[in-house]
Design a protein around this ligand. Structure first.
Ligand code: ADP
Ligand code: MG
Length: 378
């Protein structure tokens, strides 16, 4: 039967995932835009078509020299939002099965991170990963209800700017630095692996529409900061968190999943000599947190005893969702513009470092329910 075949395919897919470990790296090259300037016709990025590299390989030409890379998946400028989401929907689904999931968008400013995550508001085809994930989750929740599952969902949205947390759903716009004697937005982890950020607004949500409404509110809150704080949105990390808890009383099962969707600060290297004062501080904070992120993923992969989670707010905040049997996806966004070739190479090298490490999931930690998905997505 078709349904059984599909289930078997999913099961095999999950088994493969298990054997491969739980870090995936995708690369996405955005189309050339008018703003990129078309005067330079030299092609700096190409996609190899050999059997083993098709859909996975990317080649950058710099000063006449070729730099090839391989990732779990490479999306070309022709890839639609839908095509990208198809490759990610399983991962999103696993948050409903009780997994902790992190999806990061990495790349220089203008490479397509926000387009990949959010898309263009109002345009159906251009919807990004976040709205698509929410629709899938709430649709699945409805179907799982028929099987006796009751889910509660909560969202929070914050940004990390200069190593300070800002609550994007709060009506009070202050940063943690402004607080008095008591530390606001302090990050705490409890032994059961939950993260608490003091004073952070957490909202119970019942539909994807409600969350999209909150996303728009958060976007507005970010743009207010933008004029005040020197293009803050490209200089800060945006962290969207959906906490999912499910109970099935007849089956006596509980699941607690987390879906973190992160639009990272622009990875471009600003010239140190040119930046002073606040700009320099900003640059240092971004460099520190992005390198901490790759250090953490690297240390986890090498199963090092000490994982430097505490070196940045971002890694400390996400600590419970990065180790153990959690799942991580890094989407590296790249601009095809010849003037961006140096930055593109830097991004791909960062991704290659992350990609080189794979963590294998200890078998006893793998939930059987994940191996036999209750729902099929195709
Ligand atoms: P970032 O968030 O990395 O700074 P954006 O997502 O804002 O970059 O993208 C920069 C510009 O490129 C925007 O105008 C966006 O609409 C456009 N863009 C990015 N990716 C795509 C894509 N895959 N298809 C069409 N336009 C894109
Ligand atoms: Mg952006």
């Amino acid at each position: 039967k078709v349904v059984e075949g599909e289930a078997l395919r999913k099961k095999m897919h999950n088994t493969i995932l298990e054997l491969k470990g739980n870090i995936r790296v995708f690369c996405r090259v955005r189309p050339l835009l008018l703003d990129d300037g078309v005067e330079n016709e030299t092609k700096t990025i190409s996609f190899p078509t050999t059997i083993e590299a098709v859909g996975r390989g990317i080649e950058v030409i710099q000063h006449g020299q070729s730099h090839p890379f391989m990732f779990d998946k490479v999306f070309t400028p022709q890839s639609s939002q839908e095509e990208v989401f198809v490759e990610i929907s399983q991962l999103v689904q696993s948050a409903l099965d009780g997994y902790k999931v992190c999806i990061f968008a990495y790349g220089q400013t203008g490479s397509g991170k926000t387009h990949t995550m959010m898309g263009t508001p109002g345009s159906y085809d251009d919807k990004g990963l976040i709205p698509r994930s929410l629709e899938q989750i709430f649709e699945a929740r409805q179907k799982l209800k028929e099987q006796g599952w009751k889910y509660e969902m909560q969202v929070s949205m914050l940004e990390i700017y200069n190593e300070m947390i800002r609550d994007l759903l709060s009506s009070n716009k202050s940063c943690s630095a402004d607080s008095g004697n008591r530390q606001q937005y302090a990050i705490k982890h409890d032994p059961s692996g939950n993260t608490h950020v003091s004073d952070l607004t957490i909202v119970d949500v019942r539909s994807s529409k409600e969350v999209v409404f909150l996303l728009n509110r958060a976007a507005q809150s970010r743009s207010v900061g933008k004029t005040q704080m020197n293009e803050q949105s490209s200089r800060s990390h945006f962290v969207f968190t959906l906490r999912i808890s499910g109970v099935n009383e007849t089956m006596e099962q509980h699941v607690h999943g987390v879906l973190n969707l992160i639009d990272l600060a622009g990875s471009e290297r600003l010239s140190k000599s040119g930046s002073t004062g606040d700009r320099l501080k900003e640059t240092q904070a971004i460099n520190k947190s992005l390198s901490s992120l790759s250090d953490v993923i690297f240390a986890l992969a090498k199963k090092e005893e000490h994982v430097p989670f505490r070196n940045s707010k971002l890694t400390y905040l996400l600590q419970p969702c990065l180790g153990g049997d959690s799942k991580t996806l890094m989407v590296v966004n790249v601009s095809p513009s010849p003037s961006s070739v140096n930055e593109s190479l830097c991004s791909l090298r960062f991704a290659a470092r992350v990609n080189a490490c794979e963590i294998s999931i200890p078998r006893h930690q793998t939930s059987m329910r994940y191996l036999e998905p209750r729902l099929s997505y195709g």
